[in-house]
Design a protein around this ligand. Structure first.
Ligand code: SF4
Ligand code: SF4
Ligand code: FES
Length: 355
């Protein structure tokens, strides 16, 4: 097939950036990485990009296609060629570019190291037999353990774009991989650390990391689990935690969100008083419902019953975070099948349903 694509080149010595056009013949099974290999082999040996496994395992080949992060070894070129589209390839976002499509991963690894990505089992002695961890216990961190550290989520993180110090989706997903590990004895210390400035509550919940992760880790869900675990452990000093707690309390008591009380509950009385002028302006426009008497939803009993059920099921903390979908059940968009998300869910360790 005839492939055409454009690549943003970057020369670190001159600092020049240039969008170059490439056209070449490639086999129909070629993925983006195969095409880059052909360009480097046949047309321009100076093109720089990272690769290793060629099978979505090593995490080396993250880059952007048409402005969103992909693994080059996962992107099939045929559907793109069939559409007559000419994709633009560029380096990942939110990381400094070293050359062409190669980014400096040092800031990425620094944040991962900050998570202390190793087990703190709380014992030193080595037993004669291994310590058994049940499949159910490992299921709790199965998705996060799938991360291949490619950086695609970081590339598209809106919060990191405005605050480069934000820990970011990949590091925080790694953090939950250890907080949720039944063997780890340092979960509370970890949560204290992840609640610091630039930590879990600085996520804007845009969910772009979930959308771009090529392995179904769903890092935003991992951040939600860290938030829920923090509140469960009483680590709620951040305004984000207070905000989330008030949502729950408000829904439980009156069946809806009492927004008028949200500011004092989240930011404290002093901060709320400072915003009185703004609040009066809103009230004049009819945007502030009177706090007294509080409006109570007609079916508030249902909200309370739901809250009680979650408590009875022991689903406070990470266990209460509903997953959008499970990584192993994720099916790719294909030309033949269209966008399918209806695969039978398979929990690791369970017998898969018969076809
Ligand atoms: S959901 Fe949060 S961590 Fe994920 S991309 Fe958006 S801001 Fe970043
Ligand atoms: S969470 Fe997904 S996108 Fe982010 S580094 Fe891990 S595998 Fe890559
Ligand atoms: S080359 Fe290893 S993930 Fe693409």
């Amino acid at each position: 097939m005839d492939v055409a694509l454009k690549i943003w080149r970057y020369d670190p010595e001159s600092g020049d950036r240039e969008l170059r056009d490439y056209e070449l013949e490639a086999p129909e099974w070629a993925c983006l990485l195969d095409v880059l290999d052909l360009i480097k082999d046949q047309q321009d040996g100076t093109l720089a990009y990272r690769k290793s496994c060629r099978m979505m395992i090593c995490g080396s080949c993250g880059m952007r296609m048409d402005g969103r992060a992909v693994l080059a070894c996962k992107e099939r070129m045929k559907p793109i060629v069939d559409r007559g589209h000419v994709p633009v390839i560029s380096a990942m976002g939110n990381l400094p570019i070293v050359k062409d499509l190669v980014v400096d991963m040092d800031p990425f690894w620094g944040k991962v190291r900050r998570m202390k990505p190793w087990l703190e089992p709380g014992y030193d002695e080595v037993l004669e037999k291994e310590r058994i961890v049940s499949q159910q216990e490992m299921n709790a961190i199965h998705k996060e353990a799938l991360c291949i550290m490619c950086g695609c989520c970081v590339s598209e993180c809106n919060s990191m774009e405005s605050d480069p110090e934000f820990f970011g989706p990949a590091a925080l997903a790694k953090g939950f991989r250890f907080v949720g590990d039944a063997r780890d004895q340092a979960s509370v210390e970890r949560l204290e650390d992840y609640n610091d400035e630039h930590g879990i509550w600085d996520c804007t919940r845009c969910y772009f990391c979930n959308e771009r992760c090529p392995k179904g880790v769903d890092p935003r869900d991992a951040i939600a689990k860290l938030g829920a675990e923090s509140v469960k452990e009483g680590i709620d000093r951040d305004m984000g935690a207070k905000h989330a707690k008030w949502f729950v309390k408000s829904a439980e008591t009156t069946g809806w969100l009492r927004e008028t009380e949200l500011v004092p509950k989240t930011q404290g009385i002093v901060s709320a008083v400072k915003q009185t002028k703004f609040a009066i302006g809103l009230a004049r426009k009819g945007k502030v419902p009177p706090p007294v008497p509080p409006h109570v939803a007609a079916d508030v009993g249902e909200a309370r019953a739901l809250h009680q059920l979650v408590r009875e099921q022991g689903r406070e903390g990470a266990a209460g975070i509903v997953q959008g979908e499970r990584a192993l059940a994720r099916i790719e968009h294909t030309e033949a099948a269209g966008a399918r998300r209806d695969a039978p869910e398979v929990t690791p360790g369970e017998e898969p349903p018969k076809a």
